[in-house]
Design a protein around this ligand. Sequence first.
Ligand SMILES: Cc1cc2nc3c(=O)[nH]c(=O)nc-3n(C[C@H](O)[C@H](O)[C@H](O)COP(=O)(O)O)c2cc1C
Length: 379
Amino acid sequence: MRKDRRETNPALSTRKLKLGTFQTNLDSGCVMSELDGKLEISWPNTLTLAKLADEMEFEALVPVARWRGFGGATNPQGPGFEAFAWAAGISASTEKCGVLSTAHASLNHPIMAAKQSAVIDHISNGRHTLNVVTGWNQPEIDMFGAPMRPHAERYEATEEWMQIVKRLWTEDEDFDFDGKYYRIKKGYLQPKPIQKPHPPIMNAASSERGRHFAAKYCDLVYTVVRGGLDRAFEDWKAHIAAYHKLAREEYGREVRVWTLANIIQAETEKEARDFYDYYVKEKGDWQAALNAVETFMLDVNARNIPADRVKFMQEGLISGWNGYNLIGTKEQIVDGLAALSRTGLDGVILCWPRFEAGMREFRDVTYPLLVQTGLRDFS
Ligand SMILES: Cc1cc2nc3c(=O)[nH]c(=O)nc-3n(C[C@H](O)[C@H](O)[C@H](O)COP(=O)(O)O)c2cc1C
């Protein structure tokens, strides 16, 4: 029953540029805006997006583990589907796409997460990847009455969490684990996941400590480089090469580096830019974005954010969770994706402000152009 994960999981395929979606399990999707046509969360709506992704054989449908929203006029990411249950349902309703679930190491017990992931791997027949996050959002950690550990300690606890999950997935004998944060007696998990040696792990840390954790334990890692590709292309390349170097030289491992991008497409570049101004500057939920920035800042270990950067961060969150904005005509979008691929990225998870309309347009007019470039070929 068990299979080599390189044969079952599209996220590990040899396709040159892999694609995915982000945050389709939550209300508003990736934007913080009063824009009409943004994602209104319901099972039919989230499933429609998954089926569109499945048609294009997207490799990574990434849900976000979010337990409460950011208030403001629209409470973005408030209403939403829990990531494991979402992934189980999406797996049962799709054929080809890669399906992720997301676990908070601080909130999801490792036995529970390993067990739930194994079910998703069986339902999807080996298309599952587990995204692990340490938890930075104090109000949602408080909601559980769980400890908000200092940053370094959080990663130390997550390392134990990760070791337990991997042992449950791979070891046939029961085992005890006596750590600083977890004690497991006679750890047992059957059936094992479909994927051998185990489902891949994704992590989207940005700090130095987080990058070391990702390089040591994870298979898919994320990075978002500030600055447009036209001006900062070399920075992107260097940043991605540095991630590979860290994983190879310090941990003897290979990682695949992905990023997050928003597609803001129209008939002309001017129309696309006007649409950006409309949904971000005119209709943006600046209060919700401020609440999110303040939540980041509550994490005392996070980088200290100077006041003049707050507005910039708000705009990034409003336009699409701080992803890289690809703005323009269908040709410009394809050129942008090709440039991202040339930086050395393995994949890009995508968001559209009007998720469903945007994905339909992408499938009908943009994706065929992307296929023509050869970026969706297998090497
Ligand atoms: C693509 C992507 C997905 C993420 N998913 C989640 C999530 O589901 N839940 C969450 O609390 N944080 C999520 N994060 C936040 C990161 O996991 C990470 O905690 C944050 O960027 C802070 O990095 P650090 O831990 O290195 O300081 C995500 C970030 C990115 C870029």
